[in-house]
Design a protein around this ligand. Sequence first.
Ligand SMILES: [Zn+2]
Length: 253
Amino acid sequence: MHLTEINGLPCYRSSRLGQFPEVAHGFFTRQGGESQGPYESLNLSFTVGDVPGRVAANRRRVEEALGLEGLASALQVHGRREAVIAHPQANLENEVPEVDILISRRPRLGLLIKQADCQAVMFYDPRRRVVANVHCGWRGNVQNILGEAVQALRARCRCRPEDLFAVIGPGLGPCCAEFRHFRREFPPELWSYQVRPTYFDLWRLSQEQLAAAGVPRDRIEVAGLCTRCHPQAFFSYRRDKVTGRQGAVIALI
Ligand SMILES: [Zn+2]
Protein backbone atom coordinates (compact mmCIF):
# COMPACT_ATOMS: atom_id res chain seq x y z
CA MET A 1 0.00 0.00 0.00
CA HIS A 2 1.48 3.35 -0.97
CA LEU A 3 0.35 6.98 -0.95
CA THR A 4 0.08 8.60 -4.35
CA GLU A 5 -1.90 11.32 -6.07
CA ILE A 6 -4.39 10.87 -8.91
CA ASN A 7 -5.34 14.12 -10.65
CA GLY A 8 -4.61 16.08 -7.49
CA LEU A 9 -6.43 13.72 -5.11
CA PRO A 10 -4.19 12.00 -2.56
CA CYS A 11 -5.02 8.32 -2.21
CA TYR A 12 -3.57 5.03 -1.11
CA ARG A 13 -3.16 2.30 -3.67
CA SER A 14 -2.56 -1.41 -3.41
CA SER A 15 0.44 -2.69 -5.35
CA ARG A 16 -1.35 -6.06 -5.70
CA LEU A 17 -4.37 -4.50 -7.44
CA GLY A 18 -2.07 -2.06 -9.23
CA GLN A 19 -0.56 -4.90 -11.23
CA PHE A 20 -3.86 -5.27 -13.14
CA PRO A 21 -4.23 -2.59 -15.85
CA GLU A 22 -7.93 -3.49 -16.20
CA VAL A 23 -8.66 -2.37 -12.62
CA ALA A 24 -8.89 1.20 -11.29
CA HIS A 25 -8.92 1.69 -7.55
CA GLY A 26 -8.06 4.10 -4.76
CA PHE A 27 -8.47 4.41 -1.01
CA PHE A 28 -9.05 8.15 -0.89
CA THR A 29 -8.15 10.36 2.05
CA ARG A 30 -10.10 13.35 3.39
CA GLN A 31 -7.97 15.72 1.29
CA GLY A 32 -8.66 17.28 -2.10
CA GLY A 33 -12.36 18.13 -1.87
CA GLU A 34 -14.69 21.13 -1.47
CA SER A 35 -16.40 20.46 1.85
CA GLN A 36 -15.76 22.65 4.86
CA GLY A 37 -15.82 22.56 8.65
CA PRO A 38 -15.92 19.06 10.14
CA TYR A 39 -16.38 17.68 6.59
CA GLU A 40 -13.14 19.20 5.25
CA SER A 41 -12.65 18.33 2.58
CA LEU A 42 -13.32 15.22 0.44
CA ASN A 43 -16.47 14.06 2.23
CA LEU A 44 -18.35 11.55 0.05
CA SER A 45 -21.40 10.94 2.27
CA PHE A 46 -24.75 12.69 1.77
CA THR A 47 -26.04 11.53 5.17
CA VAL A 48 -23.66 13.15 7.68
CA GLY A 49 -24.94 16.74 7.52
CA ASP A 50 -22.73 18.16 4.76
CA VAL A 51 -23.99 20.42 1.93
CA PRO A 52 -25.30 18.04 -0.80
CA GLY A 53 -23.87 20.12 -3.64
CA ARG A 54 -20.39 19.85 -2.19
CA VAL A 55 -20.71 16.10 -1.73
CA ALA A 56 -21.83 15.75 -5.34
CA ALA A 57 -18.85 17.84 -6.49
CA ASN A 58 -16.50 15.69 -4.40
CA ARG A 59 -17.92 12.55 -5.94
CA ARG A 60 -17.36 13.99 -9.42
CA ARG A 61 -13.71 14.66 -8.53
CA VAL A 62 -13.28 11.01 -7.57
CA GLU A 63 -15.01 9.83 -10.76
CA GLU A 64 -12.79 12.02 -12.91
CA ALA A 65 -9.63 11.02 -11.08
CA LEU A 66 -10.26 7.35 -11.85
CA GLY A 67 -11.69 7.95 -15.34
CA LEU A 68 -15.10 6.50 -14.51
CA GLU A 69 -18.55 6.97 -16.04
CA GLY A 70 -20.19 6.90 -12.65
CA LEU A 71 -20.21 5.69 -9.08
CA ALA A 72 -22.54 3.33 -7.28
CA SER A 73 -22.96 3.41 -3.53
CA ALA A 74 -25.28 2.06 -0.88
CA LEU A 75 -27.04 3.19 2.26
CA GLN A 76 -24.73 1.08 4.40
CA VAL A 77 -26.37 -0.48 7.45
CA HIS A 78 -23.82 -2.91 9.00
CA GLY A 79 -25.82 -5.80 7.58
CA ARG A 80 -24.71 -8.63 5.32
CA ARG A 81 -26.74 -8.18 2.15
CA GLU A 82 -25.18 -7.80 -1.29
CA ALA A 83 -26.20 -6.19 -4.55
CA VAL A 84 -24.86 -6.74 -8.06
CA ILE A 85 -24.69 -3.26 -9.58
CA ALA A 86 -25.15 -2.57 -13.27
CA HIS A 87 -25.72 1.20 -13.34
CA PRO A 88 -24.34 4.31 -11.60
CA GLN A 89 -26.31 5.20 -8.46
CA ALA A 90 -24.34 8.02 -6.95
CA ASN A 91 -27.14 10.35 -5.90
CA LEU A 92 -28.51 9.98 -2.42
CA GLU A 93 -31.99 9.11 -3.66
CA ASN A 94 -30.48 6.35 -5.81
CA GLU A 95 -28.20 4.73 -3.26
CA VAL A 96 -28.95 1.05 -2.87
CA PRO A 97 -30.83 0.60 0.41
CA GLU A 98 -29.59 -1.67 3.19
CA VAL A 99 -26.61 -3.14 1.38
CA ASP A 100 -22.98 -3.45 2.52
CA ILE A 101 -21.57 -5.63 -0.28
CA LEU A 102 -21.33 -4.12 -3.77
CA ILE A 103 -20.44 -6.33 -6.76
CA SER A 104 -19.96 -5.35 -10.42
CA ARG A 105 -18.78 -6.65 -13.77
CA ARG A 106 -19.54 -3.43 -15.63
CA PRO A 107 -16.54 -1.45 -16.91
CA ARG A 108 -16.01 2.15 -15.72
CA LEU A 109 -18.57 1.83 -12.95
CA GLY A 110 -16.95 2.64 -9.60
CA LEU A 111 -18.11 0.85 -6.46
CA LEU A 112 -17.91 3.36 -3.62
CA ILE A 113 -17.71 2.40 0.05
CA LYS A 114 -17.86 5.33 2.50
CA GLN A 115 -16.04 4.92 5.77
CA ALA A 116 -14.61 6.67 8.79
CA ASP A 117 -13.17 3.86 11.01
CA CYS A 118 -14.92 0.90 9.41
CA GLN A 119 -12.90 -0.97 6.81
CA ALA A 120 -13.54 -0.95 3.09
CA VAL A 121 -12.44 -4.34 1.75
CA MET A 122 -11.94 -4.56 -2.02
CA PHE A 123 -12.06 -7.79 -4.00
CA TYR A 124 -10.89 -8.60 -7.51
CA ASP A 125 -11.19 -11.85 -9.43
CA PRO A 126 -8.92 -11.65 -12.49
CA ARG A 127 -10.29 -14.93 -13.91
CA ARG A 128 -13.97 -13.93 -13.83
CA ARG A 129 -13.27 -10.18 -14.16
CA VAL A 130 -15.44 -9.22 -11.19
CA VAL A 131 -14.85 -6.49 -8.60
CA ALA A 132 -16.49 -6.06 -5.21
CA ASN A 133 -16.27 -3.55 -2.39
CA VAL A 134 -17.44 -4.28 1.14
CA HIS A 135 -18.28 -2.07 4.13
CA CYS A 136 -16.90 -3.95 7.14
CA GLY A 137 -17.16 -2.45 10.60
CA TRP A 138 -16.91 -4.46 13.80
CA ARG A 139 -20.57 -5.40 13.42
CA GLY A 140 -19.65 -6.72 9.99
CA ASN A 141 -16.86 -8.80 11.52
CA VAL A 142 -19.30 -10.18 14.11
CA GLN A 143 -21.60 -11.25 11.22
CA ASN A 144 -18.63 -12.48 9.13
CA ILE A 145 -19.59 -10.20 6.27
CA LEU A 146 -16.30 -10.95 4.50
CA GLY A 147 -17.12 -14.66 4.41
CA GLU A 148 -20.56 -13.67 3.17
CA ALA A 149 -19.00 -11.55 0.40
CA VAL A 150 -16.91 -14.50 -0.80
CA GLN A 151 -20.09 -16.64 -0.82
CA ALA A 152 -21.97 -13.96 -2.73
CA LEU A 153 -19.20 -13.72 -5.34
CA ARG A 154 -19.35 -17.48 -5.74
CA ALA A 155 -23.15 -17.63 -5.97
CA ARG A 156 -23.73 -14.55 -8.11
CA CYS A 157 -20.65 -14.54 -10.37
CA ARG A 158 -19.18 -18.06 -10.09
CA CYS A 159 -15.96 -16.75 -8.54
CA ARG A 160 -13.66 -19.28 -6.87
CA PRO A 161 -12.28 -18.08 -3.51
CA GLU A 162 -8.76 -19.16 -4.51
CA ASP A 163 -8.84 -16.73 -7.47
CA LEU A 164 -9.70 -13.69 -5.35
CA PHE A 165 -7.45 -10.84 -4.31
CA ALA A 166 -8.62 -8.94 -1.21
CA VAL A 167 -7.38 -5.61 0.15
CA ILE A 168 -8.29 -4.34 3.62
CA GLY A 169 -8.17 -0.53 3.59
CA PRO A 170 -7.55 2.01 6.35
CA GLY A 171 -9.68 1.61 9.48
CA LEU A 172 -9.58 1.56 13.25
CA GLY A 173 -6.26 0.00 14.27
CA PRO A 174 -5.43 -2.14 17.31
CA CYS A 175 -4.11 1.09 18.85
CA CYS A 176 -7.63 2.58 18.94
CA ALA A 177 -10.19 -0.23 18.59
CA GLU A 178 -11.41 -0.23 22.16
CA PHE A 179 -14.53 -2.22 23.05
CA ARG A 180 -15.31 -1.88 26.73
CA HIS A 181 -18.45 -3.99 26.33
CA PHE A 182 -16.82 -6.64 24.18
CA ARG A 183 -18.29 -9.47 26.25
CA ARG A 184 -21.71 -8.30 25.12
CA GLU A 185 -20.74 -7.16 21.61
CA PHE A 186 -18.40 -9.95 20.43
CA PRO A 187 -19.03 -13.70 20.56
CA PRO A 188 -16.42 -15.56 22.66
CA GLU A 189 -14.67 -16.98 19.59
CA LEU A 190 -13.55 -13.44 18.70
CA TRP A 191 -12.12 -12.61 22.14
CA SER A 192 -8.72 -13.99 21.12
CA TYR A 193 -8.26 -10.91 18.91
CA GLN A 194 -7.86 -8.81 22.04
CA VAL A 195 -4.31 -7.37 22.00
CA ARG A 196 -4.47 -5.76 25.47
CA PRO A 197 -7.38 -5.32 27.84
CA THR A 198 -10.47 -4.19 25.83
CA TYR A 199 -8.48 -3.41 22.62
CA PHE A 200 -8.95 -5.58 19.53
CA ASP A 201 -7.05 -6.20 16.30
CA LEU A 202 -9.81 -5.91 13.72
CA TRP A 203 -7.29 -5.95 10.86
CA ARG A 204 -6.10 -9.42 11.83
CA LEU A 205 -9.68 -10.53 12.41
CA SER A 206 -10.65 -9.51 8.86
CA GLN A 207 -7.56 -11.23 7.50
CA GLU A 208 -8.47 -14.46 9.30
CA GLN A 209 -12.09 -14.29 8.16
CA LEU A 210 -10.96 -13.88 4.53
CA ALA A 211 -8.53 -16.79 4.86
CA ALA A 212 -11.22 -18.96 6.48
CA ALA A 213 -13.47 -18.18 3.48
CA GLY A 214 -10.78 -19.57 1.16
CA VAL A 215 -8.95 -16.44 -0.04
CA PRO A 216 -5.24 -17.39 -0.26
CA ARG A 217 -3.18 -15.67 2.43
CA ASP A 218 -0.66 -14.39 -0.10
CA ARG A 219 -3.51 -12.60 -1.91
CA ILE A 220 -4.71 -10.70 1.16
CA GLU A 221 -3.26 -7.23 1.73
CA VAL A 222 -3.75 -5.04 4.81
CA ALA A 223 -3.23 -1.28 4.62
CA GLY A 224 -2.38 -1.11 8.32
CA LEU A 225 -3.41 2.56 8.52
CA CYS A 226 -5.42 3.70 11.54
CA THR A 227 -8.07 6.32 10.71
CA ARG A 228 -8.27 7.63 14.29
CA CYS A 229 -4.49 8.16 14.55
CA HIS A 230 -4.20 10.25 11.35
CA PRO A 231 -6.44 13.34 11.57
CA GLN A 232 -4.77 15.02 8.58
CA ALA A 233 -5.41 12.06 6.31
CA PHE A 234 -8.65 10.49 7.51
CA PHE A 235 -12.07 11.20 8.94
CA SER A 236 -12.67 9.24 12.14
CA TYR A 237 -16.05 8.88 13.78
CA ARG A 238 -14.49 7.69 17.03
CA ARG A 239 -12.24 10.73 17.16
CA ASP A 240 -14.61 13.48 16.00
CA LYS A 241 -18.21 12.16 16.07
CA VAL A 242 -19.49 14.90 13.69
CA THR A 243 -17.32 14.27 10.65
CA GLY A 244 -17.24 13.23 6.98
CA ARG A 245 -16.65 9.91 5.25
CA GLN A 246 -13.72 9.15 2.96
CA GLY A 247 -14.22 6.87 0.00
CA ALA A 248 -12.75 3.65 -1.28
CA VAL A 249 -13.47 2.98 -4.95
CA ILE A 250 -12.78 0.03 -7.24
CA ALA A 251 -13.85 -0.42 -10.86
CA LEU A 252 -13.12 -2.39 -13.98
CA ILE A 253 -11.92 -0.20 -16.82
ZN1 LIG B 1 -4.99 4.31 16.15
